[in-house]
Design a protein around this ligand. Sequence first.
Ligand code: GDP
Length: 195
Amino acid sequence: MIIKNSEYAVSAVREDQYPKDELPELAMAGRSNVGKSSLINTFVNRKNLARTSSQPGKTQTLNFYRVNDEFYLVDVPGYGYARVSQKKRQEFGEMIQDYLETRANLEGILILVDGRHEPTKDDIAMYQYAQYLNIPILVVATKIDKVKRNQRNKSIAGIKKAMNLRPEDELLTFSSFDKTNLDKLSTWIEDKVNA
Ligand code: GDP
């Protein structure tokens, strides 16, 4: 897929704030710091479209990015915040649920897990939840440049086993640093937005 343009469209916490043009949407979910903003920026080939964790003012909203005037990437706020209150966690949860459960033009979800580690409880819960909602899923194991080449198959096998990955769900290793599998990521995205 050739990226001709990409732009930040809108941030939303409720349905009436979502874009109204009914373009296909792909959600991106993962724990905070998993490399989600970096993946978005790498995919659209821009440095700072999505805010990375190291930038101040990262807000806990659904952020919609329009790509090629053709579809939206929807940055779902990172889960697994240890330090926020129970109430805040619940609010995030409800915002994410409202979106994933009601959005008719949602064509798929990328679930990002850290390629260096076993998936967390939150990762597994998100994967099971997306299955339950029947959303096409791509699991992306991020930061794979940090895993030695001869360890990668073992890491992948560990993630697949811990998540109990279904045969219909693809798992892709990825690196924003060296662009490992950027082509495969693009192909999956293209496929889903043209479905
Ligand atoms: P987010 O919170 O999920 O949006 O994560 P960020 O994209 O802000 O990345 C969190 C941290 O991981 C930053 O320090 C990034 O530089 C680093 N990071 C992101 N992607 C990669 C990657 O592919 N390889 C490596 N080695 N580090 C990465």
